[in-house]
Design a binder for this molecule. Structure first.
Ligand SMILES: NC(=O)c1ccc[n+]([C@@H]2O[C@H](COP(=O)([O-])OP(=O)(O)OC[C@H]3O[C@@H](n4cnc5c(N)ncnc54)[C@H](OP(=O)(O)O)[C@@H]3O)[C@@H](O)[C@H]2O)c1
Length: 276
């Protein structure tokens, strides 16, 4: 098959390589894209515009920052694209239903769990919806494992929200606690107590800084999608609204490949509030 990728980011490019490993031709559209995307997409066939990509593709996968999932779907729908459209973005079930309504019956919901895969076994693409079973075999070989979920048409997005609620939500909480301890001069006491009663948490909090800071700008919208998922289920959404605020403060570290830990804590402490 010819499969269009909108767009080859870190995850999108690795999905493209997985498709190629299965014998598919991968198309992308360079118009308007950055130098980073262009270099990641060098193994794929450039069709220039999204319009030409849509004309030549049998199917399209949308894999972009979550806040653009709707506009990418609108752009493709406006071109009259009739092939399968997989939205693999980290979006709430409500946003996924919205994209479903924009695309129509050829929509397949996707949710990616794990890092951009280099080796097999690290990363899963969950799929749901009436045509999900048609997509699963696209990934029979290669490094990405695809699984069809039963139940609701947007089960894949819902699963991704539940999963990331913990991984990215807990990372935001840990970083806030480390910044709080640092601000109040109790870091060494907290580390000593954690080593006694919460072994591994100190390293986990340092790992959270390195693992999230360069991508924090993209997590802001994802945390809001998660908050919306909690609110739609009648649950408090404040926790992930708070996590969005944490990642917003770190978003300036986007271009810093390996920020040091103190730099991350300093970015979190954007302004001090005095309480009496
Ligand atoms: N990376 C991961 O570890 C990971 C894991 C699981 C799930 N995911 C999901 O995968 C999706 C993409 O993540 P990623 O890591 O590939 O992100 P990324 O590396 O930041 O790449 C995002 C891609 O989207 C493009 N883009 C930027 N602005 C856009 C717009 N307005 N409309 C459409 N596309 C736009 C970017 O192009 P330009 O930069 O050229 O503008 C880039 O090619 C997200 O929904 C994310 O939650 C990622």
């Amino acid at each position: 098959m010819k499969i269009g990728l909108l767009h080859p980011g870190a995850m999108g490019a690795s999905i493209g390589l997985a498709l190629q490993a299965n014998g598919h031709e991968v198309l992308w559209a360079a118009d308007g894209r950055s130098a980073d995307t262009k270099s990641r997409a060098s193994a794929f066939a450039n069709r220039g515009s999204v319009e030409r990509l849509a004309q030549e593709s049998d199917a399209i996968i949308s894999i972009c920052p979550p806040e653009f999932a709707r506009s990418v779907a609108e752009q493709v729908a406006a071109l009259g694209f009739a092939g399968i459209y997989v939205d693999a973005n980290a979006v709430s079930p409500a946003t996924a239903r919205n994209v479903h309504a924009i695309i129509g019956e050829a929509y397949v919901d996707g949710g990616v769990i794990g890092p951009p895969p280099v080796h097999p076994g690290t990363t899963r693409l969950y799929l749901s919806g009436t045509r999900a079973a048609e997509v699963e075999p696209w990934f029979n070989a290669g490094t990405l494992d695809a699984f069809v979920l039963g139940g609701d048409a947007v089960a894949a997005s819902t699963l991704k929200m539940c999963y990331a609620a913990w991984t990215k939500g807990s990372a935001a909480l840990l970083l806030s606690i480390r910044a709080l301890a640092d601000s109040n001069g109790v870091t060494s006491d907290l580390m000593r107590e954690w080593d006694i009663s919460q072994p591994g948490l100190a390293q986990q909090s340092e790992g959270a800084a390195l693992g999230t800071a360069p991508k924090a700008w993209r997590f802001v919208a994802e945390m809001r999608e998660i908050a919306q998922t909690f609110a739609s289920a009648g649950l408090p959404d404040d926790f992930h609204r708070g996590a969005a605020a944490v990642y917003e403060r770190l978003s300036g570290l986007k271009s810093v490949a390996e920020p040091d830990f103190q730099q991350v804590l300093d970015a979190l402490r954007a302004s001090r509030k005095e309480h009496v």
